[in-house]
Design a protein around this ligand. Structure first.
Ligand SMILES: *Cc1c(COP(=O)(O)O)cnc(C)c1O
Length: 496
């Protein structure tokens, strides 16, 4: 009986849709938001309110209902809640929701992880030259598939074809949407219905969704595994060769390394076997690099020139790993491979590179024709920063953080290690300097959450109970902004 009365009272708090729509706040929102969307949002807010009301009634009033999904205000419906209060809560919730769905989901992140080619953070940042050509091409029309000198239809990939050949020394090349696409297209074009011999030690998974055996299956090639996980010999390949062999494949194991009792067949030996048996050899290089990064103290990653000098027939690699460009896949060929099979493959159209990517790729590649490429290409720049530079940046940064810290965290700097990421150099690291935040009045987890929620977001690492920002992957121009974001967090946490 009492319950029924209370229920009636509470439900009387719920305003009509029209009443909400006619408030000045919602009318104002209707000036810049379509009516169907506002209507949907208001109805959702009303539904949430009703749920909250029913929870009050059943005595399980909680943070659920209208206060859920991280929205700031919590709905406290009590016996003294008036119809006015209810209306206000619903309007606020609707406006909050509208603001949130009008905000872009994809946004800028300051990368403090120290992983230069971080796949989850968008891999390679682009050079100003690449960004500028994207802008130019995006703003209007372009000669994407138009030959300006002939005044007739041209080819999309012609813009980078000569460049790629010049920079790599390959005889022919084709570019597609990404390297997974490049591998799929190459396997399908060159070995559909035929056996592709590959070592069991190289049947890798890259980034959770690219697995060599799965891509092989989809390409229509028949996978012929040889050797064992830790050891494969040239005789294993040799014994597997038959009249149905279409390709010998070598895959860069990218994100892992087998150490200990292991051996694999060198690309050179595989190429020798290929030429003896007249079978083309393909290498999926993953993160190809055009320049010798051993000058930065990084070993174990041969350049594309060195790879091609083995005589390998087909090489595939990514545009957005060590190359420092946009997401793209590049197929190189030499030694009598007929790339027209690749070009006329219907998959080539399905995997074709988009014009903005092509613009970024062209500008990225063109930089490699200049002596100062390493100072424009952000990936090369980050790999190349000296430890002395990082140390002085860290010290400068630390004192800027200290200035706004108000004793909220315990700050220091120390040496640590960055990595290249992107499947390149899995077992090598670069010495770096980091800012270390230890728990003060703000906990490490709170700081991490606050940084991720700021705009732009900041992503660091939690290691040994401390929050760490690696100076190597933080762009110098972003440092004042980063300090500013921290200052805001300190102020916000300070009043909590
Ligand atoms: C990264 C990688 C790929 C996938 O390249 P995407 O450009 O991400 O499609 C394929 N093979 C290897 C060996 C890789 O390292």
């Amino acid at each position: 009986m009492i319950d029924a009365v209370r229920k009636g009272q509470n439900l009387r708090l719920v305003p009509s849709v029209d009443k909400v729509l006619n408030t000045p706040e919602i009318k104002e929102a209707l000036n810049h938001t379509p009516r169907w969307l506002i209507l949907k949002i208001v109805r959702e807010a009303l539904d949430e309110f009703r749920i909250s009301v029913s929870q009050v009634r059943s005595g399980c009033h909680s943070q659920k209902g209208i206060g859920k999904k991280g929205s700031s205000g919590n709905l406290h419906i009590t016996s003294s809640t008036t119809q006015e209060d209810a209306l206000r809560m619903i309007i606020n919730r609707a406006l909050e929701r509208n603001a949130s769905i009008q905000t872009n989901s994809l946004r800028r992140v300051i990368n403090g992880t120290g992983v230069i080619i971080h796949t989850n953070l968008g891999r390679a940042p682009l050079s100003p030259e690449a960004i500028s050509l994207i802008n130019e091409v995006a703003q209007g029309y372009s000669n994407l598939e138009y030959d300006l000198s002939e005044g007739k239809r041209g080819k999309r990939t012609s813009h980078v074809h000569g460049l790629v050949l010049r920079l790599t020394g390959a005889e022919d090349a084709f570019v597609v949407n990404n390297n997974a696409g490049a591998v799929l297209l190459a396997l399908n074009s060159l070995a559909e219905g035929k056996e592709v011999i590959v070592s069991r030690g190289e049947l890798v998974e890259i980034g959770g969704s690219f697995r060599i055996p799965d891509v092989m299956k989809k390409s229509g090639a028949i996978m012929r595994e040889v050797g064992t996980t830790n050891r494969t010999h040239i005789s294993d390949y040799e014994n597997a060769v038959s009249e149905n062999t279409g390709l010998l494949l070598k895959v860069h194991t990218s994100n892992y390394k087998i150490t200990g009792f292991s051996s694999d067949v060198s690309l050179k030996d595989l190429v020798d076997l290929g030429s003896k048996c007249r079978i083309p050899v393909m290498m999926d290089l993953g993160s190809g690099n055009l320049t010798d990064i051993s000058i930065f103290g990084l070993k174990g990653e041969p350049t594309i020139h060195e790879i091609l000098s083995t005589g390998v027939n087909v090489v595939t690699f990514s545009g957005d790993k060590l190359l420092g460009g946009p997401q793209a896949g590049i197929i190189l060929s030499q030694g009598g491979i007929d790339m027209s099979v690749v070009r006329i493959n219907p998959l080539a159209r399905a995997l074709r590179i988009d014009k903005l990517t092509l613009a970024a790729l062209e500008a990225t590649l063109r930089l490699y024709q200049r002596n100062d490429y390493a100072s424009s290409n952000p990936v090369m720049k980050m790999i190349g920063i000296s430890i002395d530079d990082l140390k002085s940046r860290a010290q400068k940064c630390l004192s800027m953080f200290e200035e706004v810290n108000k004793g909220m965290m315990i700050l220091s700097t120390r040496e640590d290690e960055s990595s290249v990421g992107g499947g390149a150099l899995p077992s090598e690291s670069l010495p770096t300097f980091v800012i270390v935040f230890k728990r003060g009045r703000i906990s490490v987890e709170e700081l991490d959450r606050a940084f991720r929620g700021s705009s732009p977001a900041v992503v660091g690492r939690i290691k040994d109970g401390a929050y760490i920002l690696d100076l190597r992957t933080i762009m110098e121009d972003d440092i004042p902004l980063l300090i500013n974001l921290y200052e805001k967090i300190v102020e916000y946490m300070g009043v909590q």
